[in-house]
Design a protein around this ligand. Structure first.
Ligand code: CMP
Length: 148
């Protein structure tokens, strides 16, 4: 197994619901070390740039509007197979499809909400995207590796 770094976002819905500590606890209990962190609010333009790969998708406008609607917490997580293990802890993209025990099911599922964009968290999906997404939010001197 390889030590990896991945980019994680606690989205505006989860910040507004006071779930920062609960989500950090799940990372730390799963040996995902928080090696960089900050709170910020994206502009609409920054949200569009971050999610540019989804430009043209039906949910792009709602997603970028939502992601710029309030403060977020961004962090770099480090650990063995951090990218895939982080995604497993988050669960399926849409909270209604996520398995019980995952962050998105436990903390973002609302039976009256059919939407998928307000799903509490984001995580990089590949080593290439993890590096791009980490670089989007952090300078090298803001990251403090602790493993390996
Ligand atoms: P995220 O992991 O941040 O990556 C892309 C985001 O688009 C996703 O989480 C959701 O917030 C949002 N999204 C909204 N609808 C969909 C959908 N049908 N499929 C995938 N992503 C969606």
């Amino acid at each position: 197994m390889a030590i990896e770094q991945t980019l994680s976002i606690i989205k505006p819905d989860a910040v507004a619901k006071n779930l920062i500590g609960e989500i950090y606890s799940r990372f730390e209990k799963n040996q995902l070390h928080i090696i960089a962190t900050k709170m910020l609010r994206l502009t609409r333009e920054q949200a569009e740039e971050f999610y540019a790969v989804h430009a043209g998708r039906s949910f792009y406008s709602k997603l970028t509007n939502f992601m710029s609607s309030g403060p977020i917490i961004v962090q770099v997580l480090e650990g063995e197979d951090a990218i895939s293990r982080h995604r497993a802890i988050m669960g399926a993209t849409c909270p209604k499809d996520a398995a019980p025990g995952t962050i998105r099911r436990d903390l973002a599922f609302d039976p009256s909400n059919p939407e998928c964009h307000d799903n509490a968290v984001h995580g990089s999906d590949s080593t290439e995207n993890a590096q791009k997404e980490i670089d989007f939010f952090f300078r090298p001197d803001e990251i403090f590796p602790r493993t390996g």
